[in-house]
Design a protein. Sequence first.
Length: 291
Amino acid sequence: SGEEQSPCLFQFHKDGFLVLEQFFSAEECDSMRSQIQRIVAEMEVPPHCRTAFSTREEEQLQEQGSSDYFLTSGDKIRFFFEKGVLDEKGNFLIPKERSVSKIGHALHAYDPVFKQITHSPKVQELGRKLGLERPVVVQSMYIFKVQSFKLSLTPHQDASFLHTEPLGRILGFWIALEDATQENGCLWFIPGSHTNGISRRMVRAASGASTCVEFVGSEPAYDDKQFIPLPISKGGLILIHGEVVHKSELNSSESSRHAFTFHVMEAKGTTWSKENWLQPTPELPFPSLYT
């Protein structure tokens, strides 16, 4: 079936993204959603760990950077909260299932449902069609995008956070667990923007610095008119090149926009930057996608 795939792969290499509708079944999506409900129901968060999650650069530095909780989440299942959902004592001001911004970053390794999805035969087959020889899973996240907070995701490139030598070795798999529309915050992309390298990196700061991470370089001002929206139905998969510029807008609807996303690196001939916030650990070396 390699022949029929080539137009898709051509499109992916041209645009830096590829939309595959109905890649996962409704049942698979529902199993992920109900599993997350269980995880949130059992969530116990130590007050000192209640870090608000922010995508704005200064707040990222101040809140995530000074937060060991974020930096050491690569091999754990941890909770990141929307702003304004906790009082100064760390108690929830709203129902806790509506307070979580995302859960990361090792669902793929430690949760049976998410592990099964990440390593599912169709994902492995897609990896092979893409020519990945030694793909490893570096991180995963469950993103809630609840309407009441209206958080947008500023334009960025995934390789700013997951840097490799050479570039071009990071691939995101973004799965819509509910219909993603322009109203509830679907992803937007600049087609072809994956060919210009990266403009900014988030790196671990030197020890003794006031924050644990810092940004090197800066995100250019992108022209809003260059972005195109990619609405996608429940079960759809968006493949995201590590250097393509993308964003999501505010969720202005009444509905949430749950998504499960994971990142894969082609490990063959690739060096993972020692400066990345996320590092493999003895407990969790990056697992092979093909298992």
